[in-house]
Design a protein around this ligand. Structure first.
Ligand SMILES: Cc1cc2nc3c(=O)[nH]c(=O)nc-3n(C[C@H](O)[C@H](O)[C@H](O)COP(=O)(O)OP(=O)(O)OC[C@H]3O[C@@H](n4cnc5c(N)ncnc54)[C@H](O)[C@@H]3O)c2cc1C
Ligand code: SF4
Length: 325
């Protein structure tokens, strides 16, 4: 890693101050736990002149629950989420326990995880390594080394929490100088490794929420090289309702395959049917048409494609076999 860069570090005490500072410094980077941003900056990935640290904004740090929604502040750490009763009640959120290592989870936040930069073996490297390889389209270069004939970056979204929250029907709260809005979490993402977030300059992710009444059985499974501290080669979250012997609702979401996490909730062919090998094949056919794992990791895309199929099959079967909801 190269030496840390010089920048002005701002410490807003509340949301209003943060939004004002973001308006005054449109190119500033936001710093939450810093477990993604800081290693990237130290690799020469980005050189902001201003960094806005969100750690002093207490209102981002709470988990609240009403009759309609469970709301998690963007500043809640992964350790904080795991210490709450939410992963027991909404098991897909156990995904947080599969992220990085216990010490990183003490600092890493929900907001930072949802806004994680896309990753690629040609990008998450030191400045000298990238320079020796003529840089690439995502930063400082003009060719994608993964798909040299194309004009886009295929860097992969590798956050583990997004698929879990997607199958729970999550929405995010975005604030800026003009006010705030709730929007479906899926709309946070673009299928573009260069520009995978739809947040505009001045937008701050402040919270994520999902319905308190969520009753689907849910879970998350992940494939990775090392069990501790590794990004997903592929990750799959599932939420399923079984009524009698029939699947009456099914959502699947995948991470680690595309530049955005993908949500699949259009399984008309299997809804109202018992789970069968034919239904699992149909489900995986639908997912397989959309996922596009490219050679952005040291493991081939085909392997990651096969892992998505295996993980979704295993998880759907396990949740179904738990019986009717
Ligand atoms: C060794 C190691 C292993 C890791 N393994 C995993 C893993 O297995 N799975 C995984 O998902 N991640 C992994 N990570 C990445 C990272 O630790 C987590 O994704 C973490 O949750 C990021 O949160 P953070 O608060 O540290 O984000 P930061 O690093 O502070 O920020 C990440 C990005 O989000 C932006 N951002 C932060 N907060 C906001 C906000 N409120 N609004 C708008 N933008 C915001 C920042 O500007 C930055 O671009 C790993 C990291 C390391 C170092
Ligand atoms: S996918 Fe291509 S452009 Fe994107 S980071 Fe990798 S090599 Fe660079």
């Amino acid at each position: 890693m190269s030496a840390p860069l010089e920048f002005t570090l701002l410490h807003p005490a509340n949301l209003t101050e943060a939004v004002k500072q973001m308006q005054a410094h449109p190119n500033a980077r936001l710093l939450a736990g810093g477990t993604d941003l800081v290693p990237n900056l130290r690799r020469g990935i980005g050189a902001p002149d201003t960094v806005i640290a969100l750690g002093g904004i207490d209102t981002l740090n709470s988990i609240t629950e009403t009759a309609s929604h469970v709301e998690i502040g963007a500043g809640v750490t992964l350790a904080g989420l795991l210490a709450s009763n939410l992963p027991t009640r909404f098991p897909a959120l156990q995904a947080a326990a599969e992220i990085a290592s216990p010490s990183i989870r003490q600092a890493a936040t929900i907001g930072g995880n949802l806004c994680l930069d896309t990753r690629c073996r040609f990008y998450n490297q030191s400045q000298w390594w990238r320079k020796a390889n003529q840089f690439c389209l995502k930063l400082d270069g003009d060719t994608c080394h993964v798909a040299p004939k194309g004009k886009r970056c295929h860097a992969t979204f590798s956050g583990d929490l997004a698929p879990a929250l997607l199958v729970l029907g999550a929405e995010i709260r975005v604030e800026n100088a003009q006010g705030g809005r709730w929007q479906p979490l899926a709309q946070l993402y673009n299928e573009d490794g260069l520009d995978h977030l739809t947040l505009a300059k001045g937008d701050l992710l402040v919270a994520v929420r999902f319905p308190t009444s969520e009753t689907r059985r849910s879970g998350y499974l992940k494939s990775r090289v090392r069990r501790a501290g590794d990004f997903p080669l592929a990750g799959v979250a599932v939420a399923l309702t079984r009524t009698g012997d029939k699947i009456t609702d099914l959502r699947v979401a995948a991470t680690g395959t595309n530049s955005a996490p993908l949500l699949f909730d259009d399984f008309a062919d299997v809804i109202g049917q018992p789970l069968s090998d034919a239904a699992l094949t149909q489900i995986n056919k639908r997912i397989g048409q959309a996922i596009k794992p490219m050679r952005t990791t040291n493991q081939p895309g085909l392997y990651r494609r096969q892992m998505v199929a295996a993980l979704s099959k295993r998880l759907i079967s396990t949740l179904y076999e738990q019986g009717a909801n």
